[in-house]
Each structure stands twice: as structure tokens, then as C-alpha cells.
Design a protein around this ligand. Sequence first.
Ligand code: FAD
Ligand code: SIN
Length: 551
Amino acid sequence: MGATAIMQTDFLVIGSGIAGLTFALKVAEDCPDKTITILTKTQSDETNTKYAQGGIAGVMDFDKDSFNKHIEDTLIAGDGLCNREVVEIVVREGVERIKEIIEWGAQFDKDKDGDYALGREGGHSEFRILHHKDVTGKEMERALLEAIIRKPNIRLLSHCFVLDIITQHHLGFLITKSTPDIECYGVYVLNLNTNKIETILSAVTLLATGGNGQVYRTTTNPAIATGDGVAMVYRAKGRIENMEFIQFHPTALYEPGVRGHSFLITEAVRGDGGVLRNHKGEAFMERYDERKDLAPRDIVARAIDHEMKINGTEHVYLDCRHFSKEKFTEHFPNIYEKCLSIGIDIAKHMIPVAPAAHYSCGGIKTDEQARTSIKHLYAAGECASTGLHGANRLASNSLLEAMVFAHRAYKDAILNPQEKPGAVLINGSQGKKVDYAEVPNWKSEGTNAPKEMILITQSVKEMKLLMSDYVGIVRNNERLSRAMKRLDLLYEETEALYEKTAVSPQLCELRNMITVAYLIVKCAEFRHESRGLHFNTDYPSKSIMVQNIAL
Ligand code: FAD
Ligand code: SIN
């Protein structure tokens, strides 16, 4: 493996989901003379975005709904930790962003009068979810990728695995968390098409690397969701916060033997009247919350977890037998087909479901312009922690947040032009001038091809198991401390392997996931209360101190 090419681009985007593509399109439209490079680690459409089902929340019907109601619902779900200003920004600006993606070609379902057919999900007081059947994300990703292809100044490079962001650390300076002006100059990327490590330099880099569901054994997230962006920023000494707030979706399809990427049964099914039942057939949600099946996700997921534990079952059921088959297949054709393919006819059988890791509410800390604590580095989408979700995300708010903050990052980057690549930068921390020409190639001397993959795959299994068993929906101090001890060992073994082994996506993802798992456990250990998605039986109530946990 060689470390060769150096490439320069005006704007660098890591990730081809809704956040990365929105940012790239906007810059490309505004600055036709600038180059935008998007890197994505597998195929261009393999993203969490593609799997989004329920839809995107936005106030469209001002007769019944209002910005204030959406704001209040978001704040209630966030359980005291949302930044109200950010909530207002996302709810109010979100509608403009929805209109833009419709202009770019995304289609949302309409009713027979030609108005948008709005759905409802847990925690929403009104019908406000725009959707494209039960494949909303696939439709949005399609529209964005097609618009991207029409832009000659965008280069989308698939199968390019970003290893690290480049900062003064790579120029030989000592960087700590208290270094005041850490700067990002671009990234090192393993180009899987050539098997070479390349250096890509840019005055503006946006991280849009998505979520980290793969840290758990059962998740709705595809294999790409390994928290790479968060791990890279943590390594670069940037700010990360609120990682303990992992959202478990209550209703992933339970298929014995299927773990890595579970099929989702969208919350919109409960929005349309689906009822959760335990193995005795009891509709149990009324025992847990007056909003029953449409209570916020943390409550529903904990209720299911409790039912499964007291009854000793591996799943509960979602009952849709009372639906008209025609209506169900019209709104949820993908779910209907998937269930049928494994022998479940929703008109006759209940759907077996269980909670699965779904969404990371915390992440790379950003300000209202999507700026991270590292200069020239923005973050948007699921990898970012903007302050919108607080301790628990309201359903269908994440696609909205990704577009709003991709837009804000674009505005900020355009309005405050950064020095061009190749120009001289001031290294604030050391008071020394740094030229892009000083950025060294990736160092791979002394590393060899891995002798056996089992050293990596077994560690991945161990990590997923310990995170699921000790740091899942319900936590306690002893479980967290056990998780940390085992993670320490995995960390040491993986770092030793990393030192002597040529980099590969498998090894780097393991390393990134261990870092993310560590951050989740560390934040969970610091939070001495139960709030939103973080439930610790040793501290069952809420503390009067309302605070974010930043590392
Ligand atoms: P993603 O869409 O996940 O894209 C991440 C990109 O980063 C990918 O292109 C990936 O290749 C790239 N990447 C990552 N690491 C690297 C690396 N090291 N090098 C190069 N590239 C890298 N939200 C809603 O609002 N409504 C819904 O209905 C909804 N349903 C969902 C259903 C499912 C099954 C799932 C999993 C999520 C759902 N969500 C929903 C959440 C939402 O889909 C995601 O939060 C959102 O799509 C994230 O978008 P993103 O652009 O941040 O990241
Ligand atoms: C779903 O469709 O249930 C997922 C919605 C979301 O995660 O926002």
C-alpha cells in the first residue's frame, strides 16, 4: 500500500447522506467556479438516509398545526436538554428546506385533494410527517444523488474510506484539548479503488458521517454506521457531547439470527393504529403511558424491554390485523413485502418486533452555524450534536435537522471565505505559520498486511455484545463499570494491532467503534440521573442540575 497523491479541493464533504449531499448541492449552485469533493466509504447511496422510512417532520398545515406545537413536542421529547433556540431554528427554517428538496425532485405522498398526506408518529401532537410511502429516505437520497450528477463542479468519490482529519498534530505539534486554535487542513483517505492512501487538502471540510448503531449487536443502521466522524474528531481533540443518549427504536422486525442490520417497522404503523401486544396478547402500553403506543420512543422502548424481561421473551408483537389490507399496502408496501417474504401476512399474523439501536442524539458538538470546535471543520447530520434533540430525539426530526444544518454550514462557509488551499495559514496555537505544503504523507512504514482477520472480527463481536448487555436501554453503575473495563482491554489490543498492521476499513472501523463505545460509557458514567434515553437504575430520577456532558 502506498501513500501518494495529494489532491486539493475548495470544499470537502465526508459522507453522501442527506447532510453531505445537501451541503454539496448548495455550494455547487452558489459557487459554480468552485470544486466540491464528496467522499463516501462504500456505494454512494449506502447511508442511514436511504433506510429512513417514516418521513420528515415539518409544519405544513397551518390550520391545524403551528411552529409552536412542533417546538413544544420537540422540547418535551428532549426532556429538558434541548437548546430552545436551536429547536426554533430547525422547526422554522425546516419548512424552507423541505420546499427545496421538493424542488430538487423529491416526491412526497399526497391525498386525493392534492394536499400532502401527513402522517403522525410518537411524541407528535399533530399530523406533520411528510413521507414517500414507507421508503421516504430512499426517495430523498435518489433525488439528491440525481441533482448531484447534474452539477459539473461536484466530484463524488465512492469507496474512499477517510482515516483521519489532518490537523497541526500531523505537522508535529503537540495538540491537547486546551489547544485554542486546532485547525483542519483536510483528510487522509484510503482509496479502496487503488488501495492507496491519499491526502486531500481543503480550506473547508464538512463531516457528515452519520450514526453509530453498529456499536450494538442489534441495530436498524446499515454496516456503514460505525461512528467514524465522532471518533476522528475525538482523536483530533475536538469537542464531543451527550453520547449517552442512544435512541433504541421500539419496533425493529424480530428475525431469529438476524442481528447486524435489522429491518425497521416504522413508527408510522403505530401512527396509523398499530397496537403493541405481549405474548399473552395484552395491549400493554396503556399500563406505561396515557399516550399508549404513541408515547415518545424512550418510553415505548423501555416498556417493551420490561415486557420482554418479565415474560422471558425475545420480542413482543405489533398487531395490524385490524387494518384494511388495501390501506396498509398503499402506505407500507415495503413492510408488507418484507413481512410476506418471511411468512408473515399482516392481515392474519402479528409482526414480531423488538427494540434496536437506532439513532445517536449526541455527537460532535457544533454551534448554530454547524461549526465544530476545530477551525475550518463543520459537522452536520447524525454525527453532530446541535442541541436539537437533547436527551431524546422526536421521531422524524433528524432528516429535518440534517438539511437545516447543512444549509447553515454552507451559508457560513460562503459568507466567511477561508484561506484557499496552498495559502499560508496561521497556526494559532503555536503562533507559527503553516503552509499546506508542509502536510506530510500518511505514514505507513513498519506496518504489514493483517495475518488473520479473526483478531478484528472477534473484537467487534465482543464490543457489540458488551455494549448491548451492559449499556443498552436500562443501565446501572456496575454494568457501566464492567463495560469500561472490557473496553479498556479491547482498546489496548486494538491499538497494538493498529501500530503494526496496514490500515483497512475493518481495522479502522473497529478502532472507531471502540472509541465511540468508550465515549458512550464515559458520558453515561458521568450522568448521575435518569433522563430521556439514559436510564440508570442506580439513579432512577432526574437531577435538578440540567447539563450536557461534554468530553
Ligand atoms: P448518513 O445518511 O448515514 O450518511 C453517512 C455517510 O457518511 C455515508 O455516505 C457513509 O459512507 C459516509 N461515511 C461514514 N464514515 C465514513 C468514512 N470513514 N469515510 C468516508 N465516508 C464515510 N430520520 C428521520 O428524520 N425520519 C425517518 O423516518 C427516519 N427513519 C430511519 C429509519 C432507519 C432504518 C434509520 C437507520 C434511520 C432513520 N432515521 C430517520 C434517521 C436518519 O435516517 C438519519 O439520522 C439521517 O439519514 C442521517 O443522515 P446523515 O447525512 O447524517 O448520514
Ligand atoms: C420510523 O420511521 O419509525 C423512524 C423515524 C425516525 O427515526 O425518525
